[in-house]
Ligand binder design. Structure first.
Ligand SMILES: Nc1ncnc2c1ncn2[C@@H]1O[C@H](COP(=O)(O)OP(=O)(O)O)[C@@H](O)[C@H]1O
Ligand SMILES: N[C@@H](CC(=O)OP(=O)(O)O)C(=O)O
Length: 453
């Protein structure tokens, strides 16, 4: 049995839904279908999820959300018209949206989640109606009835362990189950969404709960590429990679799969296949526990912007027991999460996502580090990009770091910091944001261009 997830780009129009139906019915093993909300039809289009966030914002500011509601309904109506579906399902979506808009707004974050989740919930109803209209037995699944329980963290929920056993009963249902992605219900029965792009997580949870043979994740590219295709044109496709490699890469910028979407599949040993809805015969990329290491040390290079580093130096830091704990304790007091901590004998840098702190918090953090830890120097560097070079093969290869730094030097990119992951499947380079593209291109040429595919 296979769990199949279709992303927003695969569900953006009636034509896309036709492809989805063909893909699902071409393989009898495809029994559970997870759907996102309609995504972009063209580059400047707006995703339904973003329209719903705007709609929620209008409501919370006591503005009339009429225009935003119309824009959301128009997206569903356009799909229904293209597929000659009856008006009933659009009326149902209309009524559902108005009920949500009229609900309690005293906890704004929860209200936003309730509206955001309607994108997937209503799309699942639409997709199920379309399948049935084509003579296919398909059922919309309500995640509340099915038992997808999540933590009560708005916009950042996590599945509760008891979900897995409850969801297993979906295996006993007949026909094709159409399950809305991106959200679940708290123990008190409220809607909470995962973080953005979280329908990938729903698919993985279901694959685990139902002990699927395969989790297929359909998107709009033929494969996971060794580098983001917006940075390098037509990069090398990756045929197979390990869960660990993909988790590192998706966390570091490969947005093709949510970085939290691998753990449930990994725990149940279920392979994940990334495939293209627009070219389903392409084999795609398979994510597995172990793979052959025949492609050289590096499998992928990911990058992301928006980081800062706090550099702290203090003479004899190496001898001061508890320095690291106190330093990280200051960050913890402000609820700040950090990414890396490259260190030397008398100095350490802490790298954080810049969007977590404003100027005031940054000043307070720096003053506390200076005053409470008696640091000799505390410096902040802004606008950094982190580049992650990933590959299981690095453990057995000598000189990968040297090759990478030589390539960066040749491209005249100054390395601000380096960190090698303890697992030895990744190495991180911090560079200025303005150098990000050039750095990734140089590394790609160094590790991939000489390889014949
Ligand atoms: N290394 C990569 N390989 C493939 N796609 C990537 C990579 N890095 C970023 N992407 C982007 O991920 C996109 C697919 O993810 P997403 O937009 O979330 O799709 P969906 O609508 O199916 O959820 C691709 O169109 C591509 O632009
Ligand atoms: N629609 C949600 C969840 C999701 O997974 O979407 P997509 O499959 O289009 O990335 C979002 O935009 O965040």
């Amino acid at each position: 049995m296979k769990v199949v997830k279709f992303g927003g780009s695969s569900l953006a129009s009636g034509r896309q839904l036709e492809k989805v139906l063909q893909i699902v019915t071409a393989d009898r093993e495809r029994k559970v279908v997870v759907v996102s909300a309609p995504g972009k039809r063209y580059a400047e289009d707006i995703k339904v999820t973003d329209l719903l966030i705007e709609c929620a914002d209008d409501c919370l500011q006591n503005k009339d959300p009429k225009e935003k509601v119309a824009a959301v309904l128009e997206r569903y109506a356009a799909i229904a018209n293209e597929l000659n579906l009856s008006d009933g399902v659009i009326q149902e979506i209309h009524d559902d949206l108005l009920t949500r808009i009229a609900s309690d707004k005293s906890k704004p974050d929860r209200f936003i989640d309730l509206l955001k989740a309607s994108g997937e919930d209503n799309n699942a109803k639409l997709v199920a109606a379309y399948f049935r209209a084509q003579g296919v037995e398909a059922h919309y699944v309500d995640p509340k009835e099915a038992g997808l329980l999540v933590s009560d963290e708005p916009g950042n929920a996590q599945a509760l362990p008891e979900s897995y056993l409850r969801l297993n009963s979906l295996n006993e249902q007949s026909g094709i189950q159409i399950f809305p992605g991106f959200f679940g219900y708290s123990l008190s029965g409220e809607v909470f969404t995962f973080s953005r792009s979280g329908s990938d997580i729903t698919g993985s949870i279901l694959a685990n709960a139902l002990k699927a043979d395969l989790y297929e994740n359909f998107t709009d590219v033929d494969a996971v590429y060794s580098v983001n295709p917006s940075i390098v044109q037509k990069p090398k496709e990756i045929k197979e990679l390990t869960y660990r490699e993909m988790r590192e890469l998706s966390y570091a910028g490969f947005t093709v799969l949510h970085d939290e979407a691998l753990v449930p599949a990994f725990r149940a040993g279920i392979p994940v296949n990334i495939k293209n809805t627009n070219n389903p015969s392409a084999p795609g990329t398979l994510i597995v526990n172990e793979r052959d290491n025949t492609n050289g040390p590096v499998i992928g290079i990911a990058s992301d912007k928006g980081f800062c580093s706090i550099y702290v130096s203090k003479y004899l830091m190496n001898r001061e027991i508890g320095f690291g704990r106190k330093l990280l304790g200051v960050l913890e007091d402000y609820g700040l999460s950090y990414e890396h901590t490259p260190s030397g004998i008398d100095d350490v840098s802490v790298i954080l996502r810049e969007n977590q702190l404003d100027e005031k918090i940054m000043d307070e953090v720096i003053n506390r580090i200076k005053n409470e830890l008696h640091a000799d120097e505390v410096k902040v560097a802004h606008s950094l990009a982190l580049i992650m070079v990933v590959g299981e093969g690095m453990r057995r290869n000598v000189g990968t770091m040297a090759k990478a730094s030589k390539a960066l030097a040749k491209a005249r990119v100054n390395i601000e910091m380096i960190n090698q992951g303890s697992s030895e499947v990744s190495m991180m380079f911090g560079v200025k944001e303005v150098d990000e593209k050039r750095a990734v291109q140089a590394l790609y040429e160094e590790f991939f261009v000489p390889v014949t595919v």
